[in-house]
Design a protein around this ligand. Sequence first.
Ligand SMILES: [Fe+2]
Length: 387
Amino acid sequence: MTTYVANWNYPTQVKVGNGRIRELADACRQLGMTAPLLVTDPGLAALPMVPAIVAVCREQGMKLAVFSAIKGNPTGENVEDGVAAYRAGGHDGVIALGGGSALDAGKAIALMVGQDRPLWDFEDVGDNWSRVKEEGVAPVVAVPTTAGTGSEVGRASVITDQANHIKRIIFHPKMLPALVILDPGLTVGLPGKITAATGMDALSHNLEAFCAPGYHPMAEGIALEGIRLIHTYLPRAVRDGSDLEARCQMLVASSMGATAFQRGLGGMHALAHPIGALYDAHHGLLNAILMPYVLKANEEAITPAIERLSRYLGLEHGGFNGFLDWVLTLRAELGIPSSLGEIGIELDRAEQIGAMAAVDPSAGGNPIPFTAEQYEQLCRNAITGTL
Ligand SMILES: [Fe+2]
């Protein structure tokens, strides 16, 4: 029998296995922390899990405080408040615990505690990242409680600039958490809907990375296996939330997606970012709805890659259409709506969304460089359900 317990050092130090959250205090100590700030979201902070983790860490000598004043799409103000809490509490590192929002907020707070420039100066444009004072970046232990964003192994945070209604990517290589704990036990309480939406985000990362142009066989290999894990385990994790094997494999597939997308993302994310910023909609859900529309729009460029993928997955009906059918079936099986219109996205903002998508940093990884008009059309199709 396979035991899903391991220590990996790629792409960072990863401790995977059920119950390994018990090693959190040790992990902090290993990074030189004795007084970490635990950054999480308010929903999670209200569940018994967070106080239990805090209590264990305190018993093991950690002087720990919790910061949970963050939004579902964390904002620049949330990061500033977190930095203020970090400084006021005399903290020496960050535990980022939760879904993508908490992980992204925690990583951005750790970046900002030792900088004197404002957050937006580090937006992932050109070589802005080189403005960061590296010695000011606090260490981070990342503990995901959803299997989706893979932010625990990512070198960036997505933060909403509320004044301008736009999501900005804050990037620095040192934002990759030094230590990650992947404990499937922390994800068993996730409702099926969230498991489905976040799992589809993980699929979109692996899939967009797999289809991105450019020479990067290492990322391709990781993405290919990541998609296979999701193909096997996402339906199981949604059907039975307590299936620890499926939960563990989904956490790993999520980390794989974020590792692979150093190669690039694509049209799903280029559209999901502006729609998420304008409507405050769930990122994974948006990707899940957009997936078949973006695949279809890219068909001409990605058919050889998708044929290879279909063979690897052992799909009964192969080729591009067989794969598209699998995505549509999976989406339906997971209870995800088939159009953006069904979640309240309206045509009146399609032009604005198209323009924002064309300049989104993720657009650079799309196999076909779509124009703003093409993104607008794609968005219209996804709103009205025209595949
Ligand atoms: Fe994503």
